[in-house]
Design a protein around this ligand. Structure first.
Ligand SMILES: [Ca+2]
Ligand SMILES: [Ca+2]
Length: 507
């Protein structure tokens, strides 16, 4: 059983030198990764308002009729996304959703959380340890490399090092990091930060206050790590991102406890769509449900709202890239037992059919779904998989014990930027997705007028086909840990293949 857990993709944060002690955290069903403290769920108090999404027919403005019905049902409108027909509402009426669903013009409606709206305290969700001088001893960058590049085995794994000899990507391209916030004061992020496309969407409504996109003290470093993986500058300091010439924006959607609620995610996609974001990275699932079952009226409303928002972004020219998840689930199987939902209430074992119950946004149509690989190029022990569900693979790291990198790299995890001007390791499909977002940004740099559909087609065509690993016994205990289906050029572990940054800048 797992403890309630917010859902940045359980960024498995294992400090250098502790990989052995925490290696079990990579295995499925050994959850609540040691370094990643799960916050305690609050109990819903009766009188505390909950948050809802109400989905109406888009494109006609919010009708006075629906507005009035929302008020009569005890709801207060927080904001209304008329472009997609999604209204964010707070209400303390326990029957609000049931009541509003009967109103003419309402297509679906549901509560986005089980916990009451926050009067929250900040919870430490576990901070990866910054690299120390001791750990950097003997790390010698070659000519043209940033100092920490010798530790970044993931760059060579997708030929980003070779790509950088040709192009770093275009500053006209922006990747929006929909995440826990981005520390743009970091010396490796500041040069490539796009403030105009950055925002805080945590309440479900954009807050454009300067710096609102940053993680507060004690909040998760996840989004800052992701941003550095994508676009850490090639500037003679620290590390280098996969696309160090493109811009990165912080779209903060996780609350102080690390929960990614639907209204915040909707706000994030709509914001990206309307602020020229070319690619979004989504290394999370929308809390509190790992899988949203469309036969449940509340969960269906969440799927509807996020589907509308992600589609809207794609219509406006944005490629959406998302992490496949870290539970070693076969997303193409008939049944998965999810022990973790709802993660802000009382979770219980729930058998779900993955074809009817969706992990969002990664399983939404149009979204690029990314599986993770380790330093040996093999599916990470934790990465979800499944024929027809994975589009591409990229480095997300693995236990150093299972997939150790070639020297001089020392950790099987992925180096990234940490708030406060630091660098450190994290692992997860959360770390794989930004590699793909960055390669998509390189493709967009090479083909500035390409539509999202064309960028995705090139991403898949230019990936390096990677045959199934069979048998897959990643921990070497003699028992198969996952079964890969499909041919070399399209299969359940690697999709169309491992992304290729060199192809992205030369083809
Ligand atoms: Ca740098
Ligand atoms: Ca095994």
């Amino acid at each position: 059983m797992t403890a309630p857990h917010p859902r940045y993709r359980r960024a498995i944060a294992i400090p250098l030198g502790m990989a052995t002690a925490t290696a079990l955290a990579f295995l499925p069903n050994v959850t609540a990764a040691a370094a990643d403290t799960a916050p305690t769920a609050s109990t819903a108090a009766d009188a505390s308002p909950l948050s809802y999404v109400v989905n109406v027919r888009p494109g006609h403005g919010t009708s006075a009729y629906v507005d009035k019905a929302i008020a009569e049902a005890g709801g207060t409108i927080v904001t209304s996304y008329d472009e997609i027909g999604v209204i964010v509402v707070h209400s303390a009426n326990p029957d609000f959703a049931r009541t509003i669903r009967t109103v003419h013009g309402v297509e679906s409606a549901g509560n986005t959380r089980n916990a009451p709206l926050p009067a929250q305290s900040t919870t430490d969700v576990g901070t990866p340890k910054a690299l120390t001088a001791e750990e950097l001893k003997g790390v010698q960058a070659a000519d043209g490399q940033d100092p920490l590049e010798p530790l970044q085995w993931d760059l060579a794994a997708i030929k980003a090092d070779k790509a950088h000899e040709k192009s770093l990507g275009s500053p006209k391209v922006t990747v929006g990091v929909i995440d826990t916030g981005v520390d743009d004061t970091h010396p490796d992020i500041a040069p490539n930060f796009n403030r105009n496309a950055s925002v805080n969407c945590v309440s479900g409504k954009p807050d454009t206050t300067d710096g609102a996109w940053r993680p507060a003290a004690g909040e998760s470093p996840h989004g800052t790590h992701v941003a550095g993986e994508i676009a850490a500058a090639k500037n003679g300091i620290g590390m280098t991102g996969v696309a160090p010439g493109v811009k990165v924006a912080g779209i903060k959607v996780a609350d102080p406890k690390g929960y990614f609620y639907t209204e915040a995610v909707v706000c994030g996609f709509v914001w990206a769509a309307e602020h020229g974001v070319d690619v979004t990275n989504n290394s999370y699932y929308t809390d509190p449900w790992y899988f949203n079952c469309t036969d449940d009226p509340d969960q269906k409303a969440l799927v509807d709202a996020v589907t509308r928002a992600a589609r809207f972004a794609e219509r406006k020219g944005t490629v959406n890239v998302a992490a496949a998840g870290n539970e070693n689930y076969d997303l193409a199987s008939d049944s998965i037992t999810d022990p973790s939902s709802p993660n802000d209430g009382t979770p219980s074992d729930r058998a779900i059919d993955p074809s009817k119950c969706l992990d969002i946004p990664t399983q939404l149509p149009g979204v690029v779904t990314v599986a993770a690989t380790g330093a040996k190029g093999i599916k990470s022990s934790f990465s979800n998989y499944g024929l027809g569900t994975i589009d591409v693979a990229a480095p997300g790291g693995d236990s150093t014990r299972y997939q150790a990198p070639a020297p001089p790299a020392t950790s099987g995890q992925i180096l990234g930027t940490l708030p406060g001007g630091k660098w450190g390791y994290m692992a997860g499909t959360s770390m794989a997705s930004p590699h793909v977002a960055a390669v998509a940004a390189l493709i967009k740099s090479t083909h500035p007028y390409a539509s999202p559909a064309l960028v995705k087609a090139l991403l898949y065509a230019e990936a390096d086909a990677t045959a199934c690993t069979d048998p897959y016994d990643i921990n070497g205990d003699g028992k198969v840990d996952a079964v890969c289906q499909g041919p070399k050029n399209y299969n359940g572990f690697y999709g169309w293949g491992t992304v290729d940054a060199l192809n992205a800048v030369t083809k």
